[in-house]
Every structure is written in structure tokens, then in C-alpha cells.
Design a protein around this ligand. Structure first.
Ligand code: ZN
Ligand code: ZN
Length: 401
């Protein structure tokens, strides 16, 4: 059995045993054991279930390479022979692949100490899916105990063709903000709306007006998404309730756009309530807030040849509207971030396609991350994912002399 077969077995094992955010106990213990076996100094329980592996190999910079470990509350429907064995939980985002590739890269770097110099800081973070794991590890003293990195590296598998790597300088993952908004009315009998203030109508008007934040207030050249993902209120057809609730999710790349969109939402929500004659202004609970992942342009340019050296085709796919908390490691260290997309879709899906447009259209038709059908192909994805991490880490940890 080759090393790659063994890593593919580990991938299948992780895939069969997914664990939700901050519950990555089994995964963490597998990770810790593998890191110890490769000669790393290991700390577990960092930011609750995170694992840190440190390998000091002479003078040089400290390079943080990150993988996330958590799965999603999704019922897998891939039909794979190594499908999830846990009811209602699946590695539908591919974090099992991230863990596998980083462990393999750690072992390879540990086994080739003459090819690099410095400190390798392998970070296996919990709870990326709830946007809390990176901050939890930082708050737990990750850098105080293990040193502050000079660069943060990592990758995310996506349904681009396996054999391609996506690298975008600037905002590569969007900022995400979520708001819980309670709209207050005055309840009453359904037959007497004149004696009430109907929060259902207020909610409906607010939801429609919120659509104008992007269509009428955001420049066509700026990226923003405003989605009302939840609306609820009332109990029965003939009762006007006291209040209604909506939940709004916002995605942006640029901080100035984010500030503007959030202010517009607040203004519209308050304005619609006032127009309805609401007895009190709405309560706005800004319960989720994750900044964009800002890839450093110079660091991306410097890392690109290393990524190309794997044999993968490195392309610039632009920013991704999804969100990620990997950027927090770089922000806390005040160092550059280089986070790339690893193609994981079966190359057979792209047979006969030649133009970028045809390929992009096929990518858009494939199950995305978080879908119950999402399933990256282990080969050649794992092999390239390992090579990409090793090559990028070696670039930032040049051998002495
Ligand atoms: Zn995800
Ligand atoms: Zn993910």
C-alpha cells in the first residue's frame, strides 16, 4: 500500500465519522496521534476541540498551515460506499479532505527536514461552520504558547475540476453578517385590523423593501447579497400577533460596502416600522459577524509558482460568496493570508469541454459544498491537496544556506 492509499483510507474513515462543530473529539484524537507519530509537539483542546502541532526545524519563520475539522447537520445522499455512518451529519463541506491533506503534508515535511527551515505550525481548527473555531483558538492563547506566524496558508475543496487550484488576491471569501429582527406590532382580532398594528404586513413590506438594498443602493460594480432566510409570526388565521421576526443574512467583500448595506438594512427596518405605526422600534440583534478573507496580493503572487509546481492549473476564479473564518488567524497575527481553492470535481465531468465558459457552466451544475450530494473525488484531489500544502509551506520556509 502506498502512502497515498493510506491517506485515502484515512479520508474515507473521517468521511464515515463526521462530527459537528466543537464536537470533533474523534477527529481531534486521530489528528493528535498522527502528528505525534510524525514527531510534532502536540497540544489538544485548543479552543475546545482544536489541535496544534508544532515542528521546530532550525532557524526561520513560523508558518501556520490550517485545516478545519467539523462536519454539517446534513443527511448525506451521495450513495458512496464510505458514506456517513452518523444520522443527519455529513462531511458535506469537505473538511475531512482538508484534515487528510494537512496531516499528510505534515508527515512529508517532517520526513524531509533538509528541504526547509523554520517552524511549522499545523492548526486543526474546530467549528469553522459556525464561524467560531478560529477565534476560539486565538482566544485560547494559540500564539502566546506557540508563536506568531509570518504567514497563514490553507485550502478549501470546491467543485472546480480536480487538477485545478483557484487563487484570488484580495477578498477571496465574503464577509457574513446575520441579523435577527423583531418587528413589533399591536395584536388584536383578525376581524378588526383597524384596532391593531399588523406585524405580518409590516414584515412582508420590510422583506420586499430590503430587496432594494442591493438592486437600488449598491453600485453594480460592488458585490453584496441580502437574503431574508427566515420569517415567522402569528399562530392562527384570525389573530393579529404582537410581533413578527425575520432573519437576514448579508454577504459583502469590501468593508465600505458592508457598512453601507448594514446601515441601509437598519434604516429600512426602522422606516417600515414607523410607516406601519408600530408602537416601538424593531429590535435588531446582529448575532453573526465574520469579516471577509483578504488574501494578500504580494503573498499570493509569491506562492503561485509553488502551487503551479504541483502540476495543477492555477486560475483566478474571483471571490467566493461563501464565508470562512481562516482570515482571523492572519488578522490576529497581522500577517498575510494565502487561502486557495482546491478543485475536487471528477475530471470526467468536464470531458469534451474546452472553453472557460463551458467549464464554469458545468461547475455551476454540480452539487456544491453543503449539498447532501457533495462528494469530491479522492483521486487526484488528495494527492494535489497534499502537494499544494507541502510546496506552499516549503516556499515560506526556505532551507537554510
Ligand atoms: Zn462549509
Ligand atoms: Zn468549509
Amino acid at each position: 500500500m502506498t502512502d497515498l492509499d493510506a491517506w485515502t483510507d484515512l479520508y474515507r474513515d473521517l468521511h464515515q465519522h463526521p462530527e459537528l462543530s466543537f464536537q470533533e473529539e474523534r477527529t481531534a484524537s486521530l489528528v493528535a496521534e498522527a502528528l505525534r507519530g510524525a514527531g510534532f509537539q502536540v497540544e489538544t483542546g485548543v479552543g475546545r476541540t482544536g489541535v496544534v502541532g508544532v515542528l521546530r526545524n532550525g532557524d526561520g519563520p513560523t508558518v501556520l498551515v490550517r485545516a478545519d475539522m467539523d462536519a454539517l447537520p446534513v443527511t448525506e445522499r451521495t450513495g458512496l460506499p464510505y458514506t456517513s455512518t452518523v444520522d443527519g451529519v455529513a462531511h458535506a463541506c469537505g473538511h475531512d479532505l482538508h484534515v487528510t491533506c494537512l496531516l499528510a503534508a505534515c508527515e512529508e515535511l517532517a520526513g524531509s527536514p533538509s528541504t526547509w527551515s523554520g517552524t511549522l505550525l499545523a492548526v486543526f481548527q474546530p467549528a469553522e461552520e459556525v464561524g467560531a473555531g478560529a477565534q476560539a483558538m486565538i482566544d485560547d492563547g494559540l500564539y502566546e504558547r506557540h508563536g506568531t506566524p509570518t504567514v497563514v496558508l490553507g485550502q478549501h475543496v470546491v467543485p472546480m475540476p480536480a487538477g485545478t487550484i483557484g487563487l484570488h488576491a484580495g477578498a477571496s471569501f465574503a464577509a457574513a453578517d446575520s441579523l435577527k429582527i423583531t418587528l413589533h406590532g399591536a395584536g388584536g382580532h383578525g376581524s378588526s385590523p383597524h384596532a391593531a398594528v399588523d406585524p405580518i404586513v409590516l414584515a412582508a413590506a420590510t422583506v420586499l423593501r430590503l430587496q432594494t438594498v442591493v438592486s437600488r443602493e449598491t453600485a453594480p460594480s460592488d458585490f453584496a447579497v441580502v437574503t431574508v432566510g427566515r420569517i415567522d409570526g402569528g399562530t392562527k388565521a384570525n389573530i393579529i400577533p404582537d410581533s413578527a421576526r425575520i432573519e437576514v443574512n448579508v454577504r459583502t467583500y469590501e468593508p465600505r460596502v458592508r457598512t453601507r448595506v448594514l446601515a441601509a438594512i437598519e434604516r429600512i427596518v426602522e422606516g417600515e416600522a414607523a410607516t406601519s405605526g408600530a408602537p416601538q422600534p424593531p429590535d435588531v440583534d446582529h448575532f453573526e459577524s465574520l469579516p471577509a478573507v483578504m488574501n494578500d496580493a504580494a503573498a499570493c503572487e509569491a506562492t503561485k509558482p509553488a502551487l503551479s509546481s504541483t502540476g495543477a492549473l492555477v486560475i483566478d476564479p474571483g471571490g467566493v460568496p461563501g464565508s470562512e473564518d481562516v482570515g482571523l488567524f492572519a488578522t490576529a497575527a497581522e500577517c498575510p493570508c494565502v487561502y486557495w481553492l482546491l478543485g475536487g470535481a471528477d475530471p470526467a465531468e468536464f470531458a469534451g469541454l474546452t472553453t472557460i465558459d463551458e467549464i464554469a457552466e458545468r461547475v455551476a451544475s454540480l452539487p456544491t459544498n453543503h449539498s447532501p450530494f457533495y462528494a469530491p473525488v479522492p483521486s487526484p484531489t488528495i494527492d494535489l491537496g497534499i502537494k499544494a500544502l507541502v510546496a506552499a509551506a516549503r516556499h515560506w520556509l526556505p532551507a537554510a544556506g
